[in-house]
Design a protein around this ligand. Structure first.
Ligand SMILES: Cc1ncc(COP(=O)(O)O)c(C=O)c1O
Length: 390
């Protein structure tokens, strides 16, 4: 059995001397998967015309066919999109909203997704409603109640995260979807962090659409996400780029949206293979335990709260930064970014510093190449002055 931590680090291209605690933002591609993507690019380049016209269409479907069972889904209900942002936008911008309609999401929605909701609301006269979910969160019941309390007879669409980005909370998506569907409200799940991170049975969640990045926790090259649509919800949506196969069906429309690099899509099965080689459950268990123990040590040392109890956490967790680190030298988002940069320069730690609920939080991720020692530098923040962000 392959050992994790330092022992597996050589299978990634990561700089050798940094504690890389932010798999959650953009993932990291294993060397083997990188080589597979390179192989696809080379195969394309020797005769782009033949590859794009003949090889690519079935190859895309074959790649979807290889990963669909991992999500307990049918290949005909899944398309590749470039990223979660594109998938969410395709759904939001395809739907018809009327003045007075409400699009319901939460104040934990990813910034880009919240903007897409606002954009669509502004263009159609609909109202964007963002339910407040308390931070730190205390239970799935509390999250469920906070969101369901904001349903109204005008709610037309619920957009919820499976795992929130900055705040790293697992939302009770099945229960929320059930509640929405009983009221005839359609549901779009932003599962940017779902694939590879959680054991997924996408159809049984019951949503209309599920978007998930493969380039985070499924080890695919960047630029690879899935858009799953329930059969009856497929005809309602179109890709952001309308192309040759407009109105020729869900998979045809999304499989060709113009010329692009198809290597990330075609390499997604290699990412899944890598995960399987290491053992899917073993990886998920390892990552969750490591993120949790790292965050628990930070919280204990700093005397600050974690984002949530363990049952709401996966392979990411966050802890509020100590008071001495809560001085904003610039607007809070800019301070957060500057802190990340300075911590990397000073401490060789890549950790996500994120604003939430009026404070800055350190979000740590855990992946197979991490080990407990990687978190020590963050735990010891309390002994250090924060880097200057002025
Ligand atoms: C919850 C959530 N949604 C959407 C995204 C956007 O992902 P992408 O940049 O791949 O489109 C992210 C990225 O971290 C995310 O965490």
């Amino acid at each position: 059995m392959t050992d994790f931590g330092r022992a597996i680090r050589s299978r990634f291209l990561l700089e050798p001397d940094i504690a890389f605690l932010n798999h959650g933002s953009f993932g990291t591609v294993p060397r083997d998967v990188y080589a597979v993507a390179d192989g696809w690019r080379r195969q394309l380049e020797v005769n782009p015309d033949r590859f794009i016209r003949e090889t690519l269409p079935p190859a895309i479907r074959e790649a979807v066919g290889k990963i669909a069972p991992f999500f307990k889904a049918r290949a005909e209900d899944i398309c590749f999109v470039d990223n979660a942002t594109a998938g969410v936008n395709a759904v939001l911008r395809s739907l018809d909203f009327k003045p007075g309609d409400e699009i319901l999401s939460t104040d934990h929605a990813y910034g880009a997704v919240a903007n897409a909701i606002r954009y669509v609301a502004t263009r159609t006269g609909a109202t964007a409603v963002f339910a407040e979910v308390k931070m730190p969160a205390s239970s799935a019941d509390e999250i469920f109640s906070a969101i369901t309390a904001r349903f109204s007879p005008r709610t037309k669409l619920l957009v919820i995260d499976h795992i929130t980005s900055a705040t790293a909370l697992i939302f009770p998506v099945e229960r929320l979807t059930g509640f929405a569907r009983e009221r005839g409200v359609r549901v779009l799940i932003d599962g940017a962090h779902g694939p590879g991170h959680l054991a997924l049975d996408i159809p049984s969640i019951g949503a209309d659409w599920y978007v998930g990045n493969c380039h985070k926790w499924l080890f695919a090259p960047r630029g690879c996400a899935i858009l799953w649509a329930r059969e009856d919800a497929q005809k309602l949506i179109h890709p952001l780029s309308i192309s040759h196969d407009y109105n020729h069906g869900f998979t045809a429309e999304f499989d060709w949206t113009g010329t692009r690099d198809p290597a990330p899509f075609l390499s997604a099965p290699a990412g899944l293979e890598f995960l399987r080689e290491l053992g899917v459950e073993r990886v998920q268990k390892h990552n969750r335990a490591l993120a949790l123990s790292g965050a628990q040590r930070m919280a204990q040392r700093w005397g600050e709260p974690m984002n949530a109890p363990p049952e709401l956490l996966g392979a990411m967790a966050s802890v509020r930064l100590p008071p001495s680190w809560q001085k904003f030298g610039a607007p809070v988002r800019a301070t957060a970014r500057l802190l990340c940069q300075r911590i990397l320069q000073r401490d060789k730690i890549m950790v996500a510093i994120m604003p939430s609920a009026g404070a800055l939080w350190a979000r740590v991720s855990a992946q197979v190449y991490n080990e407990p020692a990687d978190y020590d530098g963050v735990v010891n923040f309390i002994d250090r002055e924060p880097p200057d962000t002025a």
